[in-house]
Design a protein around this ligand. Structure first.
Ligand code: ADP
Ligand code: MG
Ligand code: MG
Length: 252
């Protein structure tokens, strides 16, 4: 079973000519087959954690480690991380001019699998995955992220997840900008991928509503750049009822 281990991770960003420490010692272990929800107030550093794992150049790791089965993830190039089985939606460019969804997915699958998928089975695979996500077939011919609505971006993210079958998937605010129907379809997609028991999921979210559809094994409260409390699914219910106030006061 693949294991992602984050140990005492400290990360800074440059903002207004100053170096600001955003992550202040994050410790987290995610194993294949487990679902972890990271929940916390806005500005607590949740996306910074996701971007740091994705290898985004704006984020400087000042100390700590991230390993996948003992291999140093932080030393890996972005495409090596994907090949090692770490999926991060945001590791891909925001907009890829002139590249269709169809070509983009095939290129990604080729990179991750180490060989180009056979064209005929691939076309079928994509078509079926798109049907499951209620996506119009014409979507495959559109350019990646060009004029995508919030909902289309999220569906595209889950489409990649279904096709690339990573060991560890990191999903940041997958629920934002989705209406109830889209949220259900996207959640079902995530659950299908989870059912195989082969993906470890790190679900980063401010709101508890996606957790009505996706039951996490572990919930972590993120505040002030670190995990301040961990528990089971019941912790999400508590957060829904009480909010983040008690974690923010004098803290974040
Ligand atoms: P969250 O996702 O929990 O809302 P973020 O990780 O987006 O939190 O942001 C945490 C803090 O780091 C905020 O104060 C934010 O302004 C700052 N920050 C994050 N990314 C950048 C960046 N690229 N440049 C400057 N400041 C950033
Ligand atoms: Mg934010
Ligand atoms: Mg965020």
């Amino acid at each position: 079973m693949a294991t992602l281990e984050i140990r005492d991770l400290h990360v800074t960003v440059e903002a207004d000519n100053a170096t600001k420490e955003i992550l202040k010692g994050v410790d987290l272990t995610v194993k294949q087959g487990e679902t972890h929800a990271i929940m916390g107030p806005n500005g607590s550093g949740k996306s910074t954690l996701a971007y740091s794992l994705a290898g985004h150049p704006k984020y400087t790791i000042t100390s700590g480690s991230v390993t996948l089965d003992g291999e140093d993830v932080l030393e890996m190039e972005v495409d090596e991380r994907a090949r090692a089985g770490v999926f991060l939606a945001m590791q891909y460019p925001v907009e890829v001019p002139g590249v269709s969804v169809s070509n983009f997915l095939r290129t990604s699958a080729t990179a991750v699998r180490g060989e180009a998928p056979k064209l005929r089975t691939w076309v079928k695979e994509v078509k079926e995955a798109m049907e499951r996500l209620n996506m119009d077939p014409s979507f495959a011919e559109r350019n990646v992220n060009e004029g995508f609505s919030g909902g289309e971006k999220k569906r595209h993210e889950i489409l990649q997840l279904e096709l690339l079958k990573p060991k560890i998937a990191i999903l940041d605010e997958t629920d934002s900008g989705l209406d109830v129907d889209a949220l259900r379809i996207v959640s079902e997609g995530i659950n299908r991928v989870r059912e195989g028991g082969e993906v470890g999921t790190l679900l980063v979210t401010h709101y508890t509503r996606i957790l009505r559809y996706i039951k996490p094994d572990y919930v972590h409260v993120f505040a002030g750049g670190r995990i301040v409390e961990s528990g089971g699914a019941e912790l999400a219910d508590q957060l829904e009822a009480e909010g983040y106030d008690k974690y923010v006061k004098g803290g974040a």
